[in-house]
Design a protein around this ligand. Structure first.
Ligand SMILES: NC(=O)c1ccc[n+]([C@@H]2O[C@H](COP(=O)([O-])OP(=O)(O)OC[C@H]3O[C@@H](n4cnc5c(N)ncnc54)[C@H](OP(=O)(O)O)[C@@H]3O)[C@@H](O)[C@H]2O)c1
Length: 220
């Protein structure tokens, strides 16, 4: 199957791209972002559209897609509500609309976050909540991932400087965290495996928390 990965340069996206390249069920991977990962692989093609909010110029490359793994996103820290909404909501919805029009019913997995709530108190949780609900209303087989702590399985690095630093500190604590709170943690590898499994066989649950993501990652 052909899959599209948004945000493949990010921590989660790096893990998702890696798994897509090693999993034989994925035959073609197309990355879309504001820059390419620069990796070379027979299954991989990368596009850097002039305007990520308007994918009409690259539509011919977005057909025949079975699934989109949407890992593009930002931390709201230090951002205005309008700027955060533009990247989190507008970019995601614009991409999803184009993909749904070209590939009705395709799988669309969106990486949201723990605490997402359209009626929540914080700006970011409202924006992510609205993004989730609009995605779930589209002609897509949508799944919303709400991971908590994510362990980078293969040295994936966050593009967000603060998080990259925090991960250096948190990494040695992961085995303990996993033992104490197994249902609150997941890994980049399990996120990626869950995404691919959902593209292959789907599941009834549309909003997946760490425990659900880890279950969905198990071999089919
Ligand atoms: N990491 C976690 O622990 C965690 C937990 C829960 C939820 N999440 C969510 O998962 C998503 C991805 O997280 P991550 O940790 O992989 O983030 P990351 O390492 O900071 O990567 C972010 C990705 O989004 C892209 N991006 C950011 N702003 C963009 C913009 N304005 N235009 C185009 N592309 C943009 C980046 O591209 P460039 O390389 O071009 O910058 C990169 O590919 C985010 O929505 C985050 O909130 C993360």
């Amino acid at each position: 199957m052909k899959v599209v990965v948004f945000g493949a340069t990010g921590m989660i996206g790096q893990g998702v791209l890696r798994e897509c390249l090693v999993d034989p069920r994925v035959t073609e991977v197309l990355t879309v972002g504001r820059k390419a990962t620069g990796q070379g692989h027979a299954k991989l093609r990368e596009i850097v559209p002039a305007d990520l909010y308007d994918l009409s110029t690259v539509e011919d490359q977005l057909t025949g897609v079975k699934a989109c793994f949407f890992c593009l996103g930002v931390s709201s820290a230090g951002m205005s509500g309008a700027d955060y909404r533009r990247v989190t909501y507008e970019l995601t919805i614009a991409a999803a609309k184009t993909l749904a029009r070209l590939n009705a019913g395709m799988t669309f997995v969106y990486v949201s976050g723990a605490g997402t709530d359209a009626n929540g108190r914080s700006m970011w949780s409202q924006v992510k909540g609205k993004t989730e609900s609009d995605l779930l209303a589209m002609d897509l087989d949508g799944y919303m991932f709400r991971p908590g702590y994510i362990h980078p399985s293969h040295g994936e690095k966050s593009r967000t400087r603060l998080y990259a630093a925090l991960y250096v500190v948190a990494k040695p604590l992961y085995p303990l965290l996993k033992r104490l709170a197994p249902n609150a943690v997941t890994t980049t590898e399990d996120i990626a495996r869950a995404m691919i499994n959902l593209a292959v066989s789907g599941t009834e649950k549309k909003i997946l928390h760490p425990k659900d993501i880890n279950s969905a990652a198990l071999p089919l």
